[in-house]
Each structure stands twice: as structure tokens, then as C-alpha cells.
Design a protein around this ligand. Structure first.
Ligand SMILES: [Zn+2]
Length: 232
């Protein structure tokens, strides 16, 4: 998911209804953007550091659309963001944690699938394909933590993609220990120039997201080894 719009005006809703009723065809490709942009350089996260763990929910039926939308369980970010994530992961090790990635770069077509499968009443929770998602730019990542001592994914104040206030990074209910882990993750990510979404503790945008274009390259077209591990 990744977007919760606020203040959608009645005028916009009415206009959208009119255009739908008038039979304007659905958008068939990514939005055309003027740029200029940096050249995309998507890097496979586990190629930089194989101790980053993956739990790619969108490659399984265990996600909010209850069907796999990725054919491969892989995760990518643009190189500067990927390297920043590795630094955050290594800093977290000093506190006994490692990073688990739920999602990174997301092809635009998948954002379109999410939009099309989401009922009108819930569309505030998904990115509009007209503008795309920062995941489409390879500069947003959904993450949680695992405990280095036990190898287990930690409990956080909410589960991934939970559309409730428990997902807000400012939520102050639930267990104190879970909130503290959430805050440890946030601080480590912010130190590396990622910014948390105000309603999803797991979603972080990299500072340079606007410098990269929306992409629609399928995972299968991205080479398996595009980077050697970053030395410790
Ligand atoms: Zn996200």
C-alpha cells in the first residue's frame, strides 16, 4: 500500500465519476513525466548484504489483495537508497536487530493492479496509478526487524499493511516494547535519510525519490547479480 490521501474534494470525486460514466478508457501505462531524472540503477538488496532478510508478501497470497502479484520474491532499490539501507541494517546489528524487507521497488503495473482490485471505499489506502508510488521509483522500502539472537521477526504495534491507527508511527497504545522496537527502526532509517510515512511505521521514502522516474520493469528483467557485497 503506501498512500493515504486526505482532503479529496467533492469536485474531484464528481469529475472522476463523470469521466468514468463517459467511458474514458482506464489508464494503460505509467504517467508521462517531464524529468530530468537520474538514470535508474536498481540494485538487488541481498546482493549488497545477504544478511538482509526478505519476506516479500506480494509474491505470496499473504497480502491485502490475497493473491501473488510478483512472480519472484526479490527486492530492489536505486543504488544510493540500497546502500543507505545496508548502512541502517548494519547499525541496527549493534542493537541486536537486522532488517526484514517486505517490499522495495514495485513495477508501476503492480500499483495499477492494487488500484483496480481495491474497492472505491478503500482507495485512500493505495497509490493512484495516475501519479504512481514512490515504490515505483525504487526509492521506497517497507521494512521490519528480526532479532539477531533468535532469528525471529519481532512484534511491532501492528502487522504489515494493517489499515488502522496502530500502524501510525505515532501510535502510543499497545505494548511499550513493540513501540520501542518501532522507534529503533525509525531512528536507524532516519539517520540514513529515509523518512517514515505518517500512517505506516514500515514504509520509508529515501530522500532523493523525486530524482528517479516511475519504472515498469518486471523483476524478471532485472539481472540477478548487479552488485557485489559491500565490504564490512
Ligand atoms: Zn510502502
Amino acid at each position: 500500500m503506501g498512500v493515504r490521501k486526505v482532503g479529496v474534494s467533492l469536485a474531484v470525486s464528481v469529475a472522476a465519476t463523470f469521466f468514468l460514466a463517459a467511458g474514458v478508457p482506464a489508464q494503460s501505462g505509467p504517467p508521462v513525466e517531464a524529468g530530468p531524472f537520474r538514470a535508474p540503477d536498481l540494485v538487488e538488496l541481498t546482493s549488497l548484504d545477504p544478511t538482509i532478510r526478505l519476506d516479500i508478501r506480494y509474491a505470496t497470497p499473504n497480502n491485502f489483495v490475497q493473491r501473488p502479484v510478483y512472480t519472484e520474491a526479490r527486492a530492489f532499490l536505486q543504488r544510493p537508497a540500497a546502500e543507505a539501507l545496508v548502512r541502517a541494517h548494519r547499525a541496527l546489528a549493534k542493537k541486536g536487530y537486522g532488517i526484514v524487507v517486505f517490499d522495495g521497488y514495485r513495477p508501476w503495473s503492480v500499483t495499477k493492479i492494487f488500484w483496480d482490485l481495491t474497492p472505491e471505499s478503500d482507495k485512500d489506502f493505495v497509490a493512484d496509478p495516475k501519479t504512481g508510488s514512490r515504490h515505483n521509483r525504487g526509492c521506497a522500502v517497507d521494512v521490519t526487524l528480526y532479532d539477531l539472537a533468535t532469528g525471529k521477526v519481532v512484534e511491532m504495534p501492528s502487522v504489515y499493511d494493517e489499515p488502522t491507527v496502530r500502524s501510525y508511527p505515532t501510535f502510543d497504545g499497545g505494548e511499550k516494547a513493540a513501540r520501542e522496537r518501532r522507534d529503533v527502526l525509525r531512528r536507524a532509517m532516519e539517520k540514513e535519510s529515509f523518512f517514515v510515512l505518517p500512517w505506516e511505521w514500515w514504509h520509508f521514502d529515501y530522500k532523493d525519490w523525486a530524482s528517479y522516474p516511475i519504472q515498469d520493469v518486471p523483476f524478471s528483467a532485472i539481472p540477478k547479480t548487479v552488485a557485489g557485497p559491500i565490504p564490512r
